[in-house]
Write a protein that binds this ligand. Structure first.
Ligand code: SAM
Ligand code: SF4
Length: 331
């Protein structure tokens, strides 16, 4: 019974939840947020207890991997309390966090002790001015110190996430891979998606496809196809002569929907069945109307899965396709 619980109409089994714990962030990356973002009032954000009840319902329905994201998850106060509770759940095979790295220097040890198994750290450039232009914050050193702290805390195979834009950092991808190899990290290159209205750049002009990135990397590195998968949408290649894996997340150039195994819950408690569609189900109202009613929550999740779309259709020439910013949905 449980095995069938989270099956969508296209036969895909949902085993992976991305749970956003805040829409707030200490950075303002140009592809993700506008400079003057308005964040949700705190009362609209799920409490840590509510976040746990959502995670618990998904675990009860067969979810085995949870990625905590945001906004910047590590700016959420007392997040470690939630992580400890999730880290203690034996059913979970993987509890990971996607972070901008700004708080890692302080928190890496606590995250590791709480049971977090993997970290993804976003890093678009190793050059100070460029980093500041991407994030609108001059904090490259803080992020590099965070990565070093995470390695010291014992995190293995930390993965860098890098959004590549033409004319902004596409000439730096070799340097980024060399850094990953030197530091014993993995790295994924991401095609920018048309989520949220932004004014800093024209997305169709800056779009750099995974194939273009791979061609640049092939000039310097030998990339061997790898069967490694993390349950996410990356396809991986191994850098010959190193432990480093290079992943490509290609929402434009390669549609990865057919093997989609994931759903997202926003910090406001909206269940998002597909990143590329506006539709979302309001779990917060249900949880607040019926606090502690785990059965009702599970039934609502099973029911909602019937509405999971078959695929997204991102168009390269569209500046905005989904009004929701990535920081609201949770990357
Ligand atoms: N603040 C954390 C961070 O930056 O890693 C977690 C949340 S962030 C929304 C998650 C990931 O989404 C980041 O790696 C970021 O680069 C990516 N992202 C944000 N907006 C994007 C967009 N429009 N297209 C593609 N990736 C995006
Ligand atoms: Fe913040 Fe992450 Fe979005 Fe950058 S990508 S603004 S760090 S939520």
């Amino acid at each position: 019974m449980q095995d069938k619980a989270l099956l969508d109409p296209f036969g895909r089994r949902i085993t992976y939840l991305r749970l956003s714990v805040t829409d707030r962030c200490d950075f303002r990356c140009t592809y993700c947020m506008s400079e003057d973002m308005v964040f949700a009032p705190r009362a609209q954000i799920l409490t840590l207890e509510e976040l746990y009840s959502v995670a618990d319902a998904f675990i009860g329905l067969g979810v085995r991997r949870i990625r905590i994201t945001g906004g910047e998850p590590l700016v959420r106060r007392n997040l470690v309390d939630l992580l400890r509770r999730l880290g203690a759940r034996e059913e979970l095979e993987d509890l990971s966090i996607t972070t901008n790295g700004s708080q890692l220097a302080q928190l890496a040890g606590e995250l590791r002790a709480a049971g977090v198994s993997r970290l993804n750290v976003s890093l678009d450039s190793l050059r100070r001015e460029r980093f500041a232009a991407f994030t609108r914050r001059d904090r490259l050193d803080q992020v590099l110190a965070g990565i070093a702290a995470a390695r010291r805390a014992g995190f293995r195979r930390i993965k860098l996430n890098c959004v590549v834009q033409k004319g902004r950092n596409d000439d730096e991808v070799q340097e980024l891979v060399a850094f990953a190899v030197e530091q014993g990290l993995d790295i994924s290159f991401i095609e920018e998606m048309p989520l949220g209205s932004i004014s800093s750049h024209e997305r169709k002009v800056t779009l750099c496809t995974s194939e273009e990135v791979r061609a640049r990397l092939a000039e310097r590195f030998m990339l061997l196809p790898s069967s490694y998968r993390t349950g996410g949408p990356s396809r991986y290649w191994q850098v010959a002569g190193s432990d480093t894996r290079v992943g490509f997340i290609s929402p434009h150039s390669r549609n990865f929907c057919s093997d989609c195994n994931r759903v997202r819950v926003t910090a406001e408690g909206k269940l998002v069945l597909c990143l590329g569609h506006e539709g979302a189900l309001d779990l917060k109202s249900l949880i607040r109307r019926h606090p502690g009613d785990a059965g009702r929550l599970r039934a609502a999740l099973i029911d909602a899965l019937r509405l999971k779309p078959e695929r997204h259709h991102f168009e390269a020439d569209q500046q905005v396709q989904v009004v929701r910013f990535m920081s609201m949905t949770g990357g």
